[in-house]
Write a new protein. Structure first.
Length: 269
């Protein structure tokens, strides 16, 4: 049975936590409490801080997954300024975001580049979180499903398994306070699941499909109630414990409910 995942994407924000206060959004007691909760809830929790903080966060919160925000597709070489998936793993990462729309746009990453990065992540033993999503123009023109499925087709590694995570993040919803409606999210996540089943019938139902784009404490439970929404990639709301923890708890409640329903089905009840 697939596990839900709530992952925070800090982008280029945050510094090491100060022992004496919460001005950076996370205090040490809050980190300890997230770490403790993560041990007891039936979902995966991750934080993707800037790469310079991976080692630090791995040390202070060993029960949660720590992720990079990007990696190179080669293990080493003359690539000034880049980091390989192995290097992220060595620092303590267990996941890495690839193909975020801010990198697709800002670093001109094509689907082929994203696929190569996802494969490098898997080779290094990291779970890739592969991001896809349409612009406002594409959605207005009605081409969003075709666009996202084409991105998926080009960005997914050939071999799929439950280590591969998809994040559907409509670009117009990222950092804007606008979220897709539950009906729009259900339509897209259903289309993504069907695409995965066509490509990898044995793995598709074990793969988590996250929603991302202005997820917050107020909308998380409604999003997680959608059948093919298996968690969230959270930007702004992950920068503070006070806004991230309720999202984790909403996923934990949904994860527990899904687990209970799977168990009762297994017992034939
Ligand atoms: P947001 O960012 O939650 O601030 O919209 C999501 C993301 O970019 O992954």
């Amino acid at each position: 049975m697939r596990r839900m995942l709530v992952a925070g994407n800090w982008k280029m924000n945050r510094r090491p936590i100060k022992e004496d206060g919460t001005e950076d959004g996370w205090s040490m007691p809050e980190v300890r409490s997230l770490n403790e909760r993560a041990r007891h809830i039936p979902i995966d929790v991750a934080i993707c801080p800037p790469a310079t903080l991976i080692d630090y966060w791995h040390g202070v919160a060993p029960a949660i997954g720590i992720g990079g925000q990007d990696c190179h597709d080669q293990p080493s070489g003359a690539y000034t300024g880049w980091l390989s998936a192995e290097m992220l793993r060595d620092a303590g990462a267990s996941l890495v975001i690839v193909g975020h729309s801010e990198r697709r746009a800002g670093a001109f990453e094509s689907d082929a580049v994203v696929r190569a990065k996802a494969m490098a992540a898997l080779d290094a033993g990291l779970r890739p979180i592969i991001c896809v999503g349409e612009s406002a123009d594409v959605r207005q023109a009605g081409g969003h499903i075709a666009h996202v499925l084409a991105q998926l087709n080009g960005s997914l590694p050939n071999e799929l398994n439950d280590n591969v995570v998809i994040a559907y993040e409509p670009i117009w919803a990222i950092g804007t306070g606008k979220t897709a409606t539950p009906a729009d999210v259900a339509e897209m996540h259903g289309a993504i699941r069907t695409h995965l089943r066509d490509r990898a019938p044995d793995a598709a139902d074990d793969m988590a499909i996250l929603y991302g784009g202005s997820v917050n404490a107020g909308n998380a439970a409604d999003l997680f109630a959608i059948a093919d929404v298996d968690g969230a990639l959270v930007g702004g709301a992950s920068l503070k414990a006070a806004s991230f923890m309720p999202i984790v708890e909403a996923a934990a409640a949904e994860g527990a409910a899904r687990h209970a329903s799977a168990m009762s089905q297994r017992r034939g009840g």
